[in-house]
Write a protein that binds this ligand. Structure first.
Ligand code: 5GP
Ligand code: MN
Length: 337
């Protein structure tokens, strides 16, 4: 099999390394509504490239969320500038599809001659000129750790802390089944390199704004469970978002509360967006109930155990469609077993 002719083959670390070494200017982008893995991946690779003397811009469509502002170097994350940047290489990180980078961020990167696509979503269609997609990796941050250490690139403190937070947040604090021995070995290596575990975990998990708890209370008031106890869901309406002056990142990770109910195999969070669309967030506890497949049927994507959709509203219609699709899938798995 020839790697040069198969566009679906992954690039090797060496090929990626060659691109990083032989170019001078880079823009690093991640997905809209960025989470810890998105911003952490940008900072991790960004600071490694900076330490190599490269010119680097870190752009996110939605800017830097407040809950990740503790990350060293996060002040370098910018909202997209009005015009295209003069850069040679664009690197998409942790982003399953190109449109999820956002229109303004894509415009900012539109002058780049070469696109790298580094991600861990199984649904990623490999839209880069060079792709490094590892769906077995629990976080894009871990792929970057492998890349940086394999190529012996600089690993400054900003990169170290960003990798840890990227992987910690995408694995539910090193708990999801995607967490492997390698993940713990990586974490151990980061601690050996001087990472302050207590402080960084506290900054990541113990700094909830009060309104996040008010949001949890509002969500709990909408909690419902299917009669067989397998599916739990809750929802956030625009009215509550305005009442509590919520920010997009406030709901990050709250779905784990209903995922953790005994007997629940699939948790769903429905959210009305300001543009009238609906965001659906899904978590599964078993691979039989692959939420990426359910999401794909509605134009969404993600992973087998965590996936999302952005779909047409109104909320009640979106909810009915998605819950029906889930119910059908649950019945199918019941017949199989
Ligand atoms: P979350 O529920 O945390 O927003 O997303 C869970 C997973 O699904 C993430 O890996 C995320 O990238 C993916 N995901 C969420 N929303 C969408 C979407 O609208 N489209 C696609 N393709 N993936 C999504
Ligand atoms: Mn990720």
């Amino acid at each position: 099999m020839s790697e040069t002719t198969d566009t679906h083959a992954n690039a090797t670390f060496e090929q990626i390394g060659e691109v990083l070494r032989s170019h001078q200017s880079f823009v690093l982008i991640s997905h809209v509504r960025p989470d810890g893995d998105a911003i952490g991946s940008q900072l991790a690779l960004g600071f490694s490239l900076k330490a190599m003397g490269k010119s680097v811009r870190l752009i996110n469509e939605d800017g830097l969320p407040e809950n990740l502002a503790f990350l060293p170097g996060s002040e370098f994350i910018e909202s997209p500038p009005a015009g295209p940047l003069d850069v040679e290489v664009a690197i998409a990180l942790d982003t399953a599809t190109k449109p999820r980078l956002g229109d303004a961020a894509l415009h900012a990167a539109s002058k780049a001659k070469l696109w790298l696509n580094i991600d861990h979503h199984i649904s990623n269609p490999k839209y880069g000129d060079l792709n490094l997609i590892d769906a077995t990796s629990p976080a894009t941050g871990e792929i970057l750790y492998d890349l940086i250490t394999a190529l012996d690139l600089p690993l400054p403190d900003e990169t170290r802390d960003a990798i840890y937070v990227a992987v910690s947040t995408d694995t539910g604090s090193f708990q999801y089944p995607s967490t492997t021995a390698r993940t713990y070995e990586m974490a151990a290596d980061l601690v050996r390199r001087g990472l302050d575990v207590g402080t960084i975990n506290s900054l990541t998990y113990d700094e909830n704004p009060y309104r996040r708890l008010e949001l949890m209370r509002a969500l709990l008031n909408t909690l419902e469970r299917s009669p067989d106890g397998i599916v739990a869901h809750w929802e956030l309406r625009e009215e509550t978002r305005l009442d509590l002056a919520l920010r997009p990142e406030d709901s990050e990770g709250l779905i784990d509360v209903i995922r953790a109910i005994r007997g629940v195999r699939l948790a769903v969070f429905f959210e009305e967006l300001p543009d009238g669309k609906v965001r659906v967030s899904m978590r599964s506890k078993d691979r039989e109930l692959d939420v990426c497949k359910i999401a794909s049927a509605f134009g969404g994507g993600g992973h087998a155990l965590a996936a999302g959709i952005r779909m047409k509203g109104p909320l009640d219609e979106a909810k009915a469609l998605v819950l029906t699709a889930i119910r059908e899938r649950v019945e199918e798995t019941r017949k199989q077993s």
